[in-house]
Design a protein around this ligand. Structure first.
Ligand code: PRX
Length: 664
């Protein structure tokens, strides 16, 4: 490990020839952890004395009952903070009402049309209490599931916190999902109530969320009530309200709550540390999405501690995470992590290029954002839109930059560092997953140098390694599978309703070890370099998409016999989706059919999962046992003119030549 050497403070000297970036002396001076030795000591303590470490680091979380035992583990079931009780909403809100945070902003919202709204901790608490009482009056109880299909509006966070307050398990479904995808997720978790909105602003247009929800609601027998926020206004986003089922959010809050519900909302019950907090659906290697379940105390502890250390939270910070609340980054780093720390969080509703590609930079200047956490795919789009846009805004308030969701290519890293951070701001490249709940790998910004393209070092309590198939650790710079060798507090506890799949998907590749699905290497300094997924999951513009989900969407179309989805490298999106389709007898491979299949994917999953290209073929390359040889399809999709690997198991060699010849 480096860093103890004397430093001059010029940008050039900090970004050394060998591509290591040292934080400035000024940054280090104020940092929570300011040397590699301090990081190592904390990391070591988190592994050697986990009880003491977590006790110290979570002491401010408003526990109602302390834990009796730190940890219990019986593969694949983990418990953390055993015997403790707390209310997660109380840990995020009420505990700030007796400190200076009471009157500081918790959320600063900017809508796409330009409207803004600030909620102090006092106001956010009041809103959450009101909604909690209202939901309780609708019959929501601890243990019930509540679906949230909303855009990026404060009420999405309010809804999550109100569920947590009651002890109801929320499942946020990203607003980009189609009606069919929403229906399936609601049915899988058997949600009782749905919260949605008339519409969401996106690039000047209205995404008609309620209308889309109405289609889903035709097939969701468990939903009893639908609460609809009026974000757009009745005229431009007309909504049909079903008598007895649907209620406007504002009307619901206008009702006088029952004394019982109000009492519960004001002084919420404490729940067991392992009480389910939320279910978040994500893609895996089968057509059925996985309902990743997170519980209360362990999840909150992970989100809380990582937010504080990774973003090096300081008084006066305005922190902006650009992720959507519909994904795990929005859960952990817009809602639970920042609020449990009393931080001030910016929330922006719309597109980064509306009304022009300077929108993000104008937001930073307008509000004085100090910490920006975004995704490589966005950074690559900004590069494409040109340096003139950020140059128009004053970005001097920024002190720290973050990246998440996919590997950041060194070019994008360097641009982010120079053009946005003006060479002053450290970059934290954070590796984690929906299943891990919180950040697992990064470089603490004031402690360790970063290397463009590397996700850095393990965080607290994370015993992570790159291993070969037999479980033996790889040598420095040798590629292998990224695994986590010990349970950690914020890990998913199971897949909703499918314990067996949980065990199989994560804990069975190498017994007793969690397999991430990613390939990686670890360099001679111990820094991790994550290459990307090595399972059947793609990462398209930071969205996790299972190839099997796309395939099962396509084969559900009456014209399709068989489909194979693969990724190809894409400059902007990281990976682009290419599908190979064979048609049923009598079907013509026309342009019109391609358009219909695209529409079909929109309907089954959502527009964000649209294939970039659909290629019709008479046959797919298969092994003699009938398995599709995806490796070959990947090569063809990427435009390779020759096949690199072994084709000896291929049943019919002429299929390959034909596929190449058919290339678009
Ligand atoms: O492949 C890794 C990639 O995103 C996957 C997790 O996706 P998801 O559960 O949707 O969560 C995304 C936000 C945490 C990982 O298995 N990934 C995430 N962050 C990085 C990354 N790959 C490389 N570098 C990262 N910083």
């Amino acid at each position: 490990m480096e860093g103890a050497e004397p430093m001059s403070d010029s940008i050039e000297s900090r970004l050394k020839e060998d591509r290591k970036f040292e934080p400035s002396a000024e940054f280090k001076k104020a940092a929570l952890v300011s040397s590699p030795e301090a990081y190592e000591a904390l990391y070591k303590r988190s592994l050697d004395e986990p009880e003491a470490f977590w006790k110290e680091e979570t002491k401010d979380l408003a526990w109602r009952t302390p834990w009796k035992k730190f940890h219990e583990w019986e593969l694949p079931h983990a418990k953390f903070f055993v015997g403790a009780t707390l209310n997660v909403s109380e840990s995020c809100l009420d505990r700030h009402l007796t400190t200076n945070a009471r009157t500081t902003a918790a959320l600063i919202f900017e809508g796409e049309p330009g409207d803004t709204r600030t909620l102090t901790y006092f106001e956010l608490h009041r809103e959450v209490v009101r909604l909690t009482a209202a939901l309780a009056d609708l019959g929501v109880k601890a243990g019930d599931r509540v679906a949230i299909y909303m855009g990026m509006v404060p009420e999405a966070a309010i809804a999550m916190l109100a569920c947590a307050r009651i002890g109801a398990t929320h499942s946020v479904i990203f607003g980009g999902f189609s009606s069919d995808a929403l229906r399936d997720r609601i049915n899988d978790c058997q949600a009782k109530v749905l919260l949605t909105q008339d519409g969401a602003w996106r690039r000047g247009n209205v995404v008609p969320l309620k209308k889309m929800a109405d289609v889903a609601l035709e097939g969701t027998p468990t939903i009893e009530k639908v609460v609809v926020l009026k974000r757009i206004g009745r005229e431009s986003a007309p909504c049909e309200m079903k008598e007895g089922r649907d209620v406007w959010y504002e009307d619901l809050l206008g009702r006088t709550p029952s004394a019982e519900s109000l009492a519960l909302a004001k002084k919420p019950p404490a729940f067991d540390a392992e009480h389910p907090l939320f279910i978040l659906y994500t893609s895996g290697s089968t057509g059925k999405p996985k309902g990743v379940l997170h519980t209360s105390a362990g999840y909150l502890a992970g989100a809380h501690v990582t937010t504080r250390y990774v973003f090096d939270l300081r008084d006066g910070d305005l922190y902006w995470c650009t992720a959507d609340v519909g994904w795990v980054t929005g859960h952990s780093y817009i809602v639970y992590g920042p609020l449990s720390n009393g931080a001030t969080c910016l929330m922006y509703e719309g597109a980064p290029n509306f009304p022009d590609p300077g929108r993000f930079w104008q937001i930073i200047e307008r509000h004085g954002v100090t910490v920006l956490y975004t995704a490589p795919t966005a950074i690559r789009a900004f590069i494409r839109w040109g340096d003139d846009w950020p140059a128009k805004s004053d970005l001097s308030s920024l002190r720290l930059l973050g990246s998440v969701g996919e590997p950041i290519n060194p070019e994008a890293w360097t641009w982010y560092h120079k053009v946005i951070g003006k060479g002053r701001c450290p970059i934290v490249d954070t590796w984690w997953q929906t299943e891990t709940g919180s950040i697992m790998l990064t470089t603490l910004p004031g402690a360790c140098h970063s290397k463009p393209g590397s996700t850095g070092l393990p965080l607290f309590g994370v015993d992570i390694a790159v291993v070969k198939d037999d479980g033996a650790e790889c040598k420095a710079n040798e590629g292998g599978k990224l695994v986590i060798r010990k349970p950690w507090p914020s890990m998913t506890r199971t897949l909703w309703g499918d314990d067996e799949r949980f065990k199989q998907a994560y804990w069975s590749q190498m017994p007793g070890v969690y397999f991430t699905g990613d390939g990686a290497r670890r360099d001679e300094d111990g820094y991790f370099w994550v290459v990307g997924r090595i399972d059947d999951v793609l990462n398209v513009a930071g969205h996790r998409i299972g190839t099997a989900e796309i395939e099962s969407a396509l084969v559900s179309h009456p014209a399709v016999a068989e489909a194979a989805a693969v990724g190809k490298p894409d400059e902007l999106k990281g990976q682009a989706l290419v599908v190979f389709v064979t048609l049923k007898g009598g079907q013509e491979p026309t342009k019109e059919l391609k358009a219909k299949l695209t529409e079909h994917v929109d309907k089954e999953i959502g527009k964000f999962a649209r294939p970039e290209s659909i290629r019709f073929t008479d046959a797919l390359p298969k092994t003699r046992s009938g398995k599709i040889m995806r490796r070959l399809l990947k090569e063809i999709a990427s435009g390779a003119t020759e096949t690199k690997g072994d084709t000896s198991t291929l049943e019919d060699l002429s299929v390959l030549a034909k596929l190449r010849a058919d290339e678009e």
